[in-house]
Write a protein that binds this ligand. Structure first.
Ligand SMILES: Nc1ncnc2c1ncn2[C@@H]1O[C@H](COP(=O)(O)OP(=O)(O)OP(=O)(O)O)[C@@H](O)[C@H]1O
Ligand SMILES: [Mg+2]
Length: 210
């Protein structure tokens, strides 16, 4: 079975594109055949993909940028020949994001541990619920210290919103790798960011099975 994961969160700058690209590569690193779809009309991954073409370290990955109404057809086509399809989505819970969520088996919702990000997640969570899609929160850019992540997790728990135990810290390695068209596991294999990303990829894979 092909696993379709939409990385969605209406809040801009939550880390959707970073997570989608890095997760796609981390899953490809485990031998899975992965397609990454940039469904954001801003095409934020297009430049990353362009840089990637010049990188001998880049692991094999399929990449497409389907317009909103073409997303379901692109997914249907890519299901043949891939194990995992990861969708980067637009901020705002608008047409493209809706179509992507509808097409997904899992909605992965990156959230920085801040009240603004928490409150902004409501629209995406409602959309996932309305479409009957499973949604899990990924705490992203988690600071090394402070109680805020725990407080946010407690608020999510109160509302019965599932949160992955695996988190991504606030790490410059993500932007450094991105600039080269790479994921952290390719650009900085020994960085803590890679350890966290690998754990995230395993957790997402496990969600397909359980
Ligand atoms: N775990 C992280 N550690 C450090 N920086 C991060 C992390 N995740 C994302 N960033 C940075 O945060 C910024 C926004 O990330 P990104 O572009 O992935 O967000 P987005 O949700 O796709 O934004 P948009 O809504 O505009 O599409 C980028 O500069 C990126 O490098
Ligand atoms: Mg983006």
């Amino acid at each position: 079975m092909v696993f379709v994961v939409a990385v969605a969160q209406q809040k801009g700058g939550a880390g959707k594109s970073t997570v989608a690209a890095n997760l796609a590569v981390a899953m490809a690193a485990t031998g899975l055949r992965v397609a990454l779809l940039d469904t954001d009309p801003q095409q934020s991954l297009a430049r990353w993909w362009e840089e990637r073409a010049n990188q001998p370290r880049a692991l094999p990955l399929s990449f497409e940028t389907p317009a909103g109404w073409r997303i379901p057809a692109a997914i249907d086509r890519l299901k043949r020949g891939h194990d995992v399809i990861i969708l980067d989505t637009a901020p705002h819970a608008e047409t493209e994001a809706k179509i992507a969520i509808r097409a997904a088996d899992l909605v992965l919702l990156p959230m920085q541990p801040s009240p603004a990000d928490l409150w902004a997640s409501d629209a995406t969570l409602k959309l996932a619920a309305a479409e009957g899609r499973r949604a899990v929160v990924l705490l992203n850019r988690v600071p090394a210290s402070g109680r805020l992540p725990q407080q946010i997790e407690a608020l999510l728990a109160e509302r019965h919103i599932p949160v992955l135990a695996q988190r991504l810290g606030n790490r410059t390695a993500f932007a450094s790798a991105f600039m080269l068209g790479l994921a952290v596991c390719e650009a900085a294999p020994r960085n803590q960011a890679t350890t966290e990303l690998t754990a995230l990829a395993e957790a997402v894979r496990a969600l397909q099975k359980g």
